[in-house]
Design a protein around this ligand. Structure first.
Ligand SMILES: Nc1nc2c(ncn2[C@@H]2O[C@H](COP(=O)(O)OP(=O)(O)OP(=O)(O)O)[C@@H](O)[C@H]2O)c(=O)[nH]1
Length: 234
């Protein structure tokens, strides 16, 4: 007999200032490609990533790529509606885009909450790490502190140009304990194999790996030092 088939659809937002790499991150994640040609997003764009989570479950991630120029406009309220989680992206080569992160987070929190009134889980992405400007990245503790103060579930170094690890980032956004009360993830949280899955991806450190480094880095979830951040194929 065929196993019961369950499908889940989750809406995830990708927001941040102009040109930080939102579209590129999504393209890398969904289509496994990268272009250095810049074309500003107008309004909003969409992409769908289908994850075969286990033999019985399919998770569809609907990624909403919101134009940086929409910053704090009235339309963001419409775009944010019913999202399960979000990524806020900044460009490590442009400090002003990091300064805008708190504003994006406030905008999001003021316009979107889960049905239980709690804020949605938000992951901070420090993009363009391939550019070698790691002023912020050398300052992991400050980043951890920043995330705590502003209510991010974690932060990750990413490069849409060179590395592919976003699958895990999306898993975190959807399945972070802060989403546990959300009716649509209850099934996932109740199913222990999912929880094991999160734990294993979290504590093998694979999902935080965006850039392979020689110097130790710290897993933002289990706090262990990681010397080699593994790159995983999707
Ligand atoms: N080196 C490098 N360049 C990147 C990376 N990600 C994006 N870029 C480049 O940065 C530029 C802007 O990227 P987009 O993905 O269009 O940025 P966006 O945030 O979607 O921009 P808006 O749609 O205007 O809000 C493009 O030229 C990309 O090729 C990265 O990780 N590394």
């Amino acid at each position: 007999m065929q196993a019961p088939h369950k499908e889940h659809l989750y809406k995830l937002l990708v927001i941040g200032d102009l040109g930080v790499g939102k579209t590129s991150i999504i393209k890398r994640y969904v289509h496994q490609n990268f272009s250095s040609h810049y074309r500003a997003t107008i309004g909003v764009d969409f992409a769908l990533k289908v994850l075969h989570w286990d033999p019985e479950t399919v998770v569809r991630l609907q990624l909403w790529d919101i134009a940086g120029q929409e910053r704090f406009g009235n339309m963001t309220r419409v775009y944010y509606r019913e999202a399960m989680g979000a990524f806020i992206v900044f460009d490590v080569t442009r400090p002003a885009t990091f300064e805008a992160v708190a504003k994006w987070k406030n905008d999001l929190d003021s316009k979107l909450t889960l049905p239980n009134g709690k804020p949605v889980s938000v992951v901070l992405l420090a993009n363009k790490c391939d550019q070698g400007k790691d002023v912020l990245m050398n300052n992991g503790l400050k980043m951890d502190q920043f995330c705590k103060e502003h209510g991010f579930v974690g932060w990750f170094e990413t490069s849409a140009k060179k590395y592919v690890t976003y699958v895990y980032l999306c898993h975190v956004a959807v399945l972070h304990p802060s989403t546990r009360q959300h009716p649509s993830t209850r099934h996932l949280h109740q199913n222990s194999s999912f929880i094991n899955y999160i734990v294993s991806t979290t504590c093998q450190h694979s999902m935080i790996a965006a850039v392979k480094r020689d110097t130790p880095s710290v897993c933002h979830f289990c706090s262990q030092e990681v010397y080699y951040l593994e790159r995983r194929k999707i």
